[in-house]
Design a protein around this ligand. Structure first.
Ligand code: FES
Length: 554
């Protein structure tokens, strides 16, 4: 009576308590997360579907993580969302959950939670924005900002022009419409089998976004009835599919960290090396910014993710089970492609196999680092240069415009203490802009090395996720300005040309930075966060505990 009576205050009729599945709709809606600001409307469509199929829908908030406003970085809070959502899924009397996400961290955060609880679950991402339109041309969110920032610094654009362009770039609901992290993770959710076919690509304002949400509401009731849970969908085979799809779409390097973290929750064996090995024979098929030309709206009209997966054919495990209750192969078998400029064929790919995310190792990154080859400059993939070292992005920004900065196009910019423990939270700062004096000379790319991340919308020859990070005592902490560094992407190596004896001497002089916080979430995070090479989850959150609660105290 307690449970029912209190719920009746919302005006439900008594039949909702007749034993039908109770479906939680976890929404990361917030006006502080603009990419997710329409999710309360998406939730209404999900509810329609749940009612239609004989379920009882209840919407509730989960922490919204907006990439653009949160300080110091939304990544600091991905694990907090995952922890909050996990506890909400388990503590409430739910039979299944619909996960509403959009902006970068909300998709992996909710998938991590669903994996640890293992209740039947389906994801509905909020969809990308419509293409930006500025001065008669398409502009991509994020990607255009990096270019405008450089144009502003080099005097090619005024502040007034920038202010106008901002509005042109963000002209509808939705997440970034480049193949940035949000679009990548939406695609990963679909490739893993956790969201409905085509769901990653319908634009946020397209009526089919709401149609797919309503359909997901129907499907979650079926998933509860058939007890198909995330651990049966997100298997090792599903992760292998996701890694290959990520290579084919030219996806964000952030997918590496997030997939490792989700797999860790499920006990699926996955490591950094898998990303290189599995992607090695996968060409880039999708011509989307930042690696290519088009945007998510074009990708949708060209046939969306099913068309890409159909093209990959036998490279995928087509027998993998998905939330449709059918196999991946059944879902995509008739998927048409309508535009070969946007979705290339396997025999005429956009970029050849082996140009996706590469994993580098060497004495500068003993546990690995990654580089997005498709966003890098071909002439820099093998490069030897002198290090110019900064202990924070802010220290670099303080001198970026200095005409006397001791740097040329061969210099290797090292920006460190940006890892999970270091900043903290591993921000997307690795693609620092080039020194102003080099931009004015027309230099458009340099090798940059960092233990932080790079936005999925960004480009450049940037070595990321160096592990162990500087703040954890990784060799990156020992580099000094003037040291020679060799990057050899074809050989997958990153080497610091300093003898071990000298590195030992430097290590003896090195002291870890003081902890960034003495209490609260940041204290807990920095004490327990794992390195990027393991997914940057908190050590005590790895794995799962199912959805049974030990004791109902009420
Ligand atoms: Fe939210 Fe890019 S800022 S998806």
């Amino acid at each position: 009576m307690n449970h029912r009576s209190w719920m009746r205050s919302q005006g439900f009729t008594p039949e909702v308590f007749d034993g039908r599945p109770v479906i939680g709709i976890a929404t990361t809606w917030s006006e502080l997360a603009p990419c997710n600001a329409h999710l309360h409307r998406v939730a209404e469509s999900v509810k329609r579907g749940v009612w239609q199929q004989g379920g009882f829908p209840l919407e509730f908030p989960a922490m919204a993580l907006g990439e653009t406003l949160l300080r110091p970085t939304a990544m600091l809070y991905r694990n907090l969302l995952a922890m909050e959502a996990e506890e909400l899924f388990r503590a409430n009397p739910l039979d299944g959950v619909v996960l509403l996400s959009g902006c970068d961290k909300t998709t992996p955060g909710l998938l991590m939670a669903a994996a640890s609880v293992d209740l039947p679950a389906i994801m509905v991402t909020g969809g990308p924005k419509l293409n930006g339109k500025y001065q008669g041309a398409d502009v991509g969110s994020g990607t255009a900002v990096w270019r405008w920032e450089e144009d502003l610094l080099a005097g090619r654009m005024t502040q007034e022009e920038c202010a106008f362009a901002e509005g042109c770039m963000s002209r509808s609901d939705g997440h970034c419409m480049t193949m940035g992290t949000a679009s990548t993770m939406a695609s990963m959710a679909e490739a893993l089998g956790m969201q409905l076919p085509y769901s990653a690509t319908w634009p946020a304002v397209d009526s089919r976004r709401y149609e797919t949400a309503q359909r997901a509401g129907q499907v979650i009731v079926d998933l509860v009835n058939s007890d198909l849970t995330p651990s049966q969908v997100m298997t090792r085979q599903a992760f292998e599919n996701a890694i290959r799809v990520n290579a084919a779409i030219g996806g964000s390097t952030n997918a590496v960290i997030h997939l490792l973290a989700i797999a860790g929750r499920l006990g699926v064996e996955l490591n950094l090396g898998d990303f290189d090995a599995l992607a090695a024979d996968v060409p880039t098929l999708v011509n989307l910014q930042p690696s290519g030309k088009y945007l998510m709206e074009d990708f949708c009209y060209a046939g969306g993710l099913p068309a890409v997966m159909r093209e990959l054919g036998t490279l995928l495990h087509t027998g993998a089970v998905t939330v449709t209750g059918k196999t991946l192969g059944e879902n995509i078998k008739d998927a048409p492609c309508w535009n070969r400029e946007v979705i290339h064929a396997m025999d005429a790919p956009f970029q050849p196999a082996g140009t996706g995310t590469a994993v580098l190792r060497g004495n500068l990154a003993p546990d690995g680092a990654v580089i997005k080859q498709s966003a890098a400059s071909a002439h820099l993939l093998k490069h030897r240069g002198r290090a110019l070292v900064f202990d924070s992005p802010e220290a670099y920004y303080a001198v970026v415009a200095d005409p006397d900065l001791d740097a040329d196009e061969n210099t290797v910019l090292v920006v460190r203490y940006c890892g999970p423990k270091g900043y903290p939270g591993m921000p997307e700062v690795s693609n620092v802009p080039l020194p102003k004096k080099l931009l004015l000379r027309g230099v458009r790319d340099m090798v940059r090395i960092c233990d932080g991340r790079m936005s999925g919308t960004a480009y450049g020859t940037v070595v990321l996720h160096v592990s162990p990070e500087a703040a954890a005592g990784g060799p990156l902490a020992l580099v000094r300005t003037g040291d020679w560094i060799t990057l050899d992407v074809p050989s997958r190596t990153l080497s610091l040309e300093v003898p071990d004896t000298e590195l030992g001497r430097r290590r003896a002089q090195w002291a870890p930075p003081p902890p960034p916080a003495a209490r609260g979430w940041t204290w807990l995070y920095t004490k327990h966060v794992q390195q990027a090479s393991s997914g940057a989850d908190l050590d005590f959150l790895v794995g799962g505990s199912g959805h049974a609660v030990g004791r109902d105290s009420h």
